[in-house]
Design a protein around this ligand. Structure first.
Ligand code: TRP
Length: 418
C-alpha cells in the first residue's frame, strides 16, 4: 500500500504542561507528518480522567494542551486537531471493542500495573481523606490473601534445620529459593493491591486507545516505544473484531523512530512533568537557564579540570537536538579535554533551546490573545472527526447487528414470520 495513503492518528494527555520531551519525542514529528499525510491529533481528556484529577482544572488543562500543540506547529487547516470527549463515538466504540477484548490481555499491560501501583502509593501517602481510608481497607483485605501466599514458602522454610549438616550448596540453594519466593510475593502484593484499587476505566485505557485509532481507520501511529504494548493490543482487538464480524479495521503500526526517549534533567528517568525533571516548551528563557544549572551531567566529571564523556552525558544528548553540527563537535571535544566546563556547556544548551522555543512561545502568546482562533480550529477538527466517526460507527454497529440502521431488518423478519 502507498505510504501516503496511510492515515495518521496520535494523542497527547492534557495533564501536565507540554515539555521538550513531548516536543522532540512526538509533536515535532506530528507537524512533519501533517505535510504528507491526512492526520488526526487528539488531546485525550477521556484518558486523563482514568486517574485522580480535579474536574475544575480540566477545562483549562485541555485548552492549554490544545493551544500549546498549535503553538508547536499543528495547524488546524493542515491537520485535524480535536479533543477526545468532543467526539462521543470514541467511548461508544470502546464499549463495543470491549466485547472482543480478552481480560487476560488487559491484565498483561505494564502501564496499567505501574499506574495502579503508583496510585495506591499516593493514596496511602495522603494525610487524611477517604482515599487513604479505602486504600487501608484494601490493604487489610488483600493482606489476608497475601498471608495465604506467604504460606506457600513454608516448605522451604521448614526444610531449613539449623542443627543439621547443610552443605554450602544446600544453604545457597535454600537462601536463593526463599529470597525468590519473597521477591515474588512482594511483587505480587504490590501489583495486586494497586490493581484491586484501580478504576475500571484505568484498566480499560488501552481499549479506549484502540478505539481512538480504529475509529479513523488510522494505520500509522507516531508514539514512543512505551506505547508499543498498547498498539499490539489495538492490533489484537482489531483482528478479533474482523474475524468475528467481518473485515472492518486495518492494521495500525507505530511510526518507528518517531519518538526518541528523552531523559529528564535528572538524567535517569523519562522527562515528565510529574517528576519535575522537565523544561516546558513555554518556559521563559531565564527559567530554561535556571533549570539547566543543577541538571545531571557525567558523574565522573567532578572538577572543572576533569575530562568528561559526552557520549554518556544527558546534557550532550540534548545538544544533539538543539546545537548545530560544527558547534556540537567542538563541545564534544571541549568536554573530553576539559577545555570547557559544564557551566559553559549548559549555557550554550540554554541558548540553543531558547532559540528553538522562541517561535513557539511567540505563537503561544498570539494564540492566548486570540483564544477564538484555537476554539475555531477545534470546532473545525470536531466536524471532520464526526464525519469519519459516524461512518465508521454505522459500519461497526451494522456488522455487530445493533443500532438503528439494522432494526428495520428485524422488523421485516418478524413481519414475514422468519
Ligand atoms: N496513551 C498515549 C500516551 O500516553 C496517548 C494516546 C491516547 C494515544 N490515545 C492514543 C496515542 C491513540 C496514540 C494513539 O502517550
Amino acid at each position: 500500500m502507498n505510504e501516503r495513503n496511510d492515515r495518521v492518528f496520535s494523542g497527547i494527555q492534557p495533564s501536565g504542561e507540554i515539555h521538550i520531551g513531548n516536543y522532540l519525542g512526538a509533536v515535532k514529528k506530528w507537524v512533519e507528518l501533517a505535510e504528507t499525510h491526512e492526520c488526526f491529533y487528539c488531546v485525550v481528556d477521556d484518558h486523563a480522567i482514568t486517574v485522580e484529577y480535579d474536574p475544575r482544572e480540566m477545562p483549562r488543562q485541555t485548552f492549554d494542551a490544545v493551544l500549546t500543540t498549535m503553538a508547536c506547529g499543528l495547524d488546524p487547516t493542515r491537520c485535524t486537531v480535536f479533543v477526545q470527549s468532543h467526539v462521543p463515538e470514541h467511548t461508544e466504540l470502546t464499549w463495543l471493542l470491549n466485547t472482543v477484548t480478552p481480560l487476560g490481555s488487559l491484565f498483561r499491560m505494564t502501564q496499567f500495573k505501574d499506574k495502579a501501583r503508583n496510585a495506591l502509593q499516593r493514596a496511602l501517602g495522603q494525610k487524611k481523606g477517604g482515599a487513604r481510608k479505602s486504600a487501608l481497607y484494601h490493604l487489610k483485605e488483600v493482606g489476608a490473601q497475601a498471608l495465604t501466599l506467604i504460606d506457600a514458602a513454608r516448605p522451604d522454610v521448614e526444610a531449613l534445620d539449623p542443627e543439621a549438616e547443610h552443605t554450602d550448596e544446600q544453604i545457597a540453594e535454600l537462601v536463593s529459593r526463599i529470597n525468590d519466593r519473597m521477591g515474588e510475593m512482594m511483587q505480587h502484593l504490590q501489583v495486586g493491591l494497586g490493581v484491586s484499587q484501580a478504576s475500571t476505566a484505568l484498566f480499560d485505557y488501552p481499549v479506549l486507545m484502540a478505539a481512538d485509532i480504529l475509529l479513523y481507520k488510522a494505520t500509522l501511529v507516531p508514539v514512543g516505544e512505551d506505547q508499543e504494548q498498547h498498539l499490539e493490543l489495538c492490533r489484537e482487538v482489531a483482528d478479533r473484531f474482523n474475524r468475528k464480524f467481518g473485515e472492518v479495521f486495518p492494521t495500525a503500526r507505530r511510526v518507528k523512530g518517531a519518538a526518541p526517549r528523552i531523559l529528564g534533567l535528572d538524567g535517569s528517568q523519562k522527562m515528565s512533568k510529574s517528576l519535575g525533571n522537565h523544561i516546558g516548551v513555554l518556559d521563559p528563557p531565564e527559567v530554561v537557564e535556571q533549570k539547566l544549572k543543577p541538571a545531571y551531567t557525567d558523574p565522573r566529571r567532578v572538577r572543572r579540570s576533569d575530562p568528561g564523556r559526552p557520549e554518556i552525558c544527558n546534557i550532550y544528548s540534548l545538544h544533539e537536538f538543539f546545537t548545530g553540527g560544527d558547534r556540537l563537535a567542538e563541545l564534544a571535544e571541549g568536554c573530553r579535554t576539559a577545555g570547557i566546563g559544564c557551566f559553559d556547556c549548559k549555557k550554550t544548551l540554554a541558548a540553543g533551546i531558547n532559540r528553538a522555543l522562541e517561535p513557539i512561545r511567540a505563537r503561544a502568546g498570539r494564540l492566548r490573545a486570540n483564544p477564538d482562533e484555537v476554539l475555531d480550529g477545534l470546532e473545525q477538527g470536531r466536524r471532520r472527526c464526526v464525519e469519519v466517526a459516524a461512518s465508521t460507527m454505522e459500519e461497526v454497529r451494522a456488522a455487530m447487528g445493533i443500532g438503528r440502521g439494522v432494526i428495520g431488518r428485524g422488523a421485516k423478519e418478524v413481519e414475514r414470520g422468519d
